[in-house]
Design a protein around this ligand. Structure first.
Ligand SMILES: Cc1cc2nc3c(=O)[nH]c(=O)nc-3n(C[C@H](O)[C@H](O)[C@H](O)COP(=O)(O)OP(=O)(O)OC[C@H]3O[C@@H](n4cnc5c(N)ncnc54)[C@H](O)[C@@H]3O)c2cc1C
Length: 458
């Protein structure tokens, strides 16, 4: 039941804060919800994303898979109700390798994903195998799980743009992408129709006399305002750690800087119907002999000749005159200070494009030619396990919806829903405890952290 005495103030109108407002006001009828945003809604991190989603997540348990399956169910529900305004597709993620010895590892991952609830594994070892491609548009494909293809002829037939060296691919099916801006605006408009107020200003402090939230101090154009609040939701994206510290809460999160490039695909290197493509192999960037010689002479560029990690990925975006390709290469995942505007990384575009051309050789035609790629990015705010923080904080009335790392768009709906259930006292889903900050007070959880393994980051 909506409680008229609840006054809920949400800090941050990124995708996390907007989803929280939507599920509180639209799904649960909460009447006193205020979103406070110091910039424009959805303009700090949530518009820098690759906007991709997947239900393929590693363990060690089923919680992340169940959470993402729920989030995708909710995304599909909103897409159906709005005539697919967010352009949700189901093209899948295509993990590819040139290393035939990785096939058993891929099968192992796929079987583990199946055991965690991501759907069945299908293996295709011959050219006549019944592999079913994903449609370019729509999201009604019933296939889940993953198709592992090891027959080179079958791979070439369906993905001719990949390097001829490709020895195996895993096509993950409950995956694709959407417009994060349209999803966010759909939820924000619906929330505002239900009375959610959007206030422009910076949350400067939260008053917590006696260990309970009572009001939120907002700064706007050198003026301070006090908003009465029974509940405060911290959804401040990159600023969440600093703001939590102001109310005496230490968040176990770090920030990583992540960039992406957008490059015009005038030469049709990647067909518009292609899936999200991820290269699973480490690589040395393709340089000519002359370039190699020049780079090796200079201390500041020699590192560009070193081995780069696996994981360069990209996808087509737009059609007609705006045909582009988005590429990300997260080769440096060291913790960073949160600084805006993002410091420039002079070699990033070159590294991303060259790295992606190892997987899609036709992209080499763009190296050093035509318009420079557009570069943007933001911060992944991450816990050690690469799982979000959703639920109550130690101060009565204070909550968090954060640590959304590189998955905040796909996770937004289930995150908003879960947060709203916490605040309104509804029954929580089985995965709720896996995402609460209080998990770090559980010794058995802390014992698992050292051997946690892959957090599923791309
Ligand atoms: C390069 C890149 C690629 C990505 N790709 C994907 C992807 O493919 N799929 C996916 O699901 N996710 C992806 N992500 C991750 C996703 O974009 C983020 O997890 C998500 O946008 C985080 O949303 P948020 O609402 O927590 O943060 P934000 O979008 O940063 O929103 C936080 C808001 O809080 C406001 N704020 C902060 N402090 C205050 C204050 N004191 N007062 C008032 N307002 C305040 C900020 O102005 C901001 O608008 C990617 C991220 C990056 C950087």
């Amino acid at each position: 039941m909506a409680n008229p005495s609840r006054k809920i103030v949400i800090c941050g109108a990124g995708i996390a804060g907007i989803a929280a407002a939507y599920y509180l006001a639209v799904e649960h009828g909460e009447g006193e919800v205020t979103l406070v945003e110091e910039g424009n809604p959805l303009s700090l991190t949530s518009d820098k994303s690759t906007e991709a989603y997947r239900n393929w997540w590693p363990g060690p348990d089923w919680a992340m898979t169940a959470y993402m399956n729920r989030s995708i169910d909710l995304l599909e529900g909103i897409a159906r109700a709005t005539g697919n305004r967010m352009n949700l597709n189901r093209r899948g993620y295509l993990f590819a390798t040139a290393d035939a010895s990785k096939v058993s590892w891929l099968q192992d991952i796929a079987q583990k994903a199946e055991a965690l609830g991501a759907g069945p594994v299908r293996v295709h070892e011959t050219a006549s195998s019944d592999y079913v491609p994903s449609p370019e548009r729509g999201f009604d494909l019933a296939l889940t799980g993953a198709d592992i293809i090891t027959d080179r002829e079958l791979i070439r037939g369906h993905f001719p743009y990949l390097t001829r060296d490709t020895a195996a691919v895993a096509h993950v099916r409950r995956a694709g992408w959407l417009s994060a801006q349209q999803l966010g605006m759909t939820m924000l408009e619906a929330a505002r129709e239900r009375g959610v107020k959007l206030v422009c200003g910076r949350v400067a402090d939260v008053d917590t006399p006696g260990g309970r939230v009572s009001s939120v101090q907002i700064e706007c154009q050198d003026e301070r305002r006090l908003l009465e609040a029974s509940h405060f939701v911290l959804a401040a994206g990159p600023m969440q750690k600093a703001l939590a510290a102001r109310i005496g809460v230490e968040l176990p999160v770090i920030a990583e800087r992540h960039q992406k490039i957008s490059i015009s695909d005038t030469g049709n290197a990647v067909p518009r119907h292609a899936p999200m493509m991820i290269w699973l192999d480490e690589q040395r960037l393709p340089w000519s002999n002359e370039e190699r010689a020049a780079l090796s002479e200079d201390d500041s560029t020699r590192w560009l000749l070193q081995k780069f990690p696996a994981g360069v990925h990209g996808r087509p975006d737009g059609t007609g005159d705006s045909k582009t390709l988005l590429v990300l290469f997260n080769y440096d995942n060291s913790p960073a200070d949160v600084v805006f505007p993002l410091p420039e990384e002079p070699h990033y575009a070159e590294i991303a494009l060259r790295g992606m051309s190892t997987m899609v050789p036709q992209l080499a035609a763009y190296i050093g030619k035509g318009a420079r790629p557009y570069v943007d990015g933001g911060y992944y705010i991450k816990t050690r396990e690469n799982r979000p923080l959703i639920g109550p904080l130690a101060i009565e009335g204070a909550y968090i919806s954060g640590a959304f790392s590189g998955f905040g768009v796909m996770a937004a709906c289930a995150g908003g829903e879960l947060l709203a259930k916490h605040i309104t006292g509804r029954a929580l889903p089985d995965y709720a405890s896996a995402f609460q900050l209080s998990r770090y007070q559980d010794p058995s959880h802390c014992d698992m952290l050292d051997s946690w393994g892959d957090g599923g980051q791309l």
